[in-house]
Design a protein around this ligand. Structure first.
Ligand code: SF4
Length: 187
């Protein structure tokens, strides 16, 4: 092909390109996750934006919740179907010879976390409150688990990277910098 496309596509969680999908008080940017998007532009990749699974499931007025709240067969079925639909679309790009280089999720999210998810702390007395009673533990969000399985069924194995959100960055000041380095070395 004699045009300028790189043939590389990065799949991103919706809120990386549109922070308005986040629950209240979680956005750190007016519109897009600036440093991440600037790096992707610099790297010359196409950006495929996943619909926000939580909005598809329960709309825009939802509260932030831990993974336990999304670990339910009915929710899994909805996320499974969404992951299958996205995979069918991505498969067109693959059939044309393009590479799905990476999936970029939102670290700590019960839905889009890649290496970390929020869970209720153990031994909390009384009514649990978010984010006070949340801790981040190893694990993948429910939707990303479904997407990973769907992609593996068509033998697609991209790199998986989670962008640290507000809570994780408040716990680890270098979290974003380290993640950008990782993206830079992969793409
Ligand atoms: S992390 Fe996932 S579920 Fe949460 S706002 Fe972003 S796209 Fe939606």
């Amino acid at each position: 092909m004699s045009d300028k496309r790189s043939g590389k596509i990065v799949v991103v969680s919706h809120c990386i390109l549109n922070v308005h999908s986040l629950e209240d008080n979680l956005a750190m940017y007016p519109g897009v996750e600036q440093e991440v998007i600037e790096l992707l532009i610099k790297k010359g990749v196409g950006i495929f934006q996943i619909p926000c699974p939580e909005i598809e499931l329960s709309g825009i007025f939802r509260k932030a919740l831990p993974k336990e709240s999304y670990e339910h067969p009915k929710i899994r079925e909805i996320y499974h179907n969404l992951a299958e639909e996205i995979t069918r679309t991505l498969n067109w790009y693959i059939k044309k010879g393009y590479k799905i280089s990476a999936i970029i999720g939102a670290e700590g999210s019960p839905t889009c976390g890649i290496d970390l998810v929020g869970k209720w702390k153990e031994n909390v007395k009384g009514k649990k409150e978010f984010p006070r009673d949340i801790e981040f533990v190893s694990g993948m969000g429910v939707f990303m688990e479904e997407l990973k399985s769907a992609l593996s069924r068509i033998n697609v194995y991209p790199d998986w990277i989670g962008i640290p959100g507000k809570s994780i960055r408040s716990l680890k000041s270098k979290a974003l910098e380290e993640t950008l380095d990782k993206i830079n070395s992969i793409l």
